[in-house]
Ligand binder design. Sequence first.
Ligand code: FAD
Length: 351
Amino acid sequence: MNEVLDTIVIGGGQAGLASGYHLQKKGLRFLILDASDEAGGSWPRYYDSLKLFSPARFSSMPGMTFPGDPNGYPKRDEVIRYLQDYRAKFQLPVRTNQRVASVERDGEGFTVRTMVGDTFRARTIINATGSFHNPYTPVLPGQEAFQGRTLHSSEYRNPEPFRNQRVVVVGRGNSAVQIGVELAEVSKTSLAVLRPVQFMKSRLLGQDVHFWIKLIGFDTFPFWRFGKTAPSSSAVNDSGGYKEKVAAGKPDQQPMFTSFYEDGVIWPNGRKEPVDTVIFATGYRPHLPYLQAIGALDAEGRPLHQAGISDVLGLYYVGLEGQRSFASATLRGVGPDAQFVVKKLLRHLKR
Ligand code: FAD
């Protein structure tokens, strides 16, 4: 393709779609490239029972209200439908099956090549690929000897394959607790935690907690203006009676095990316990090798940026954890970040 676009957005999940919405509003010429065969991001790959941790009325993207009961917590499939409808409503130009393989400097702009051999040119780039494609799993002593099954929570779909097993879920965040609670109904399940799980009430003084977070401005507090990345909260939103279930030992909490042995795990007091499956709910890390050649990453492969504006002129991000605020990597947070980034990008294009 010889046409030089204003922008190429890499990734067609919520971050890419919100970017598209704001690019379109400014009348810019752009394309959204996505690796998968359907826009909408990683939601179809999340576990079956997933429920949002914010109610519908605090889960909308720019320009389109999340449908249904505003106080209800939408399920995974409702989010998938919402994102598909979002793309259709704004007729966002998403090219699917276009996994970006490399980004090169091309004069003042960029050339983007995809795995299927297509080439695109643009004056600016917004990277919006999330980090779900790169699950983080710590390597623990003795792991290679363990005869049971280990998996990352990104591979977990539902409790059925683990019925009647002894299962340990490593982690203390929303995914660890939601998965642990449903597994505990069919198997003997423990959460292995470095610190006890902290719960956040889902309602305070008759209002959803997100109402208060919004009211005090915590969601949008500009940590980046103070040279900081917004902190990520590990507190679990107790929208499913999780606190009560964990207190009742379904699942129980155990201090993180120190190592594996052939048949199971070794707890900090030295007790060996046979275990069938260990699930790591240990999060994700950005993985952007195609941006290495243009000098966009630090030695550990993390993007060099401030508030989503890369150190590389013309390159931007939307959807990075803590990019501008506490909510940056959430459905409700990508809109304001995309708007901010598009404003900066427009200024760059007009130079
Ligand atoms: P993704 O949804 O991961 O989309 C990225 C897109 O980029 C994908 O479509 C992928 O195919 C594409 N891509 C990747 N690499 C390339 C490449 N090289 N070239 C082209 N395309 C590429 N947030 C909330 O607001 N509420 C919640 O309740 C909530 N629950 C969550 C539960 C789980 C289990 C997880 C993991 C996250 C949750 N999140 C939640 C956080 C966040 O909203 C989601 O992770 C969301 O999917 C992130 O959107 P994204 O667009 O940034 O990334």
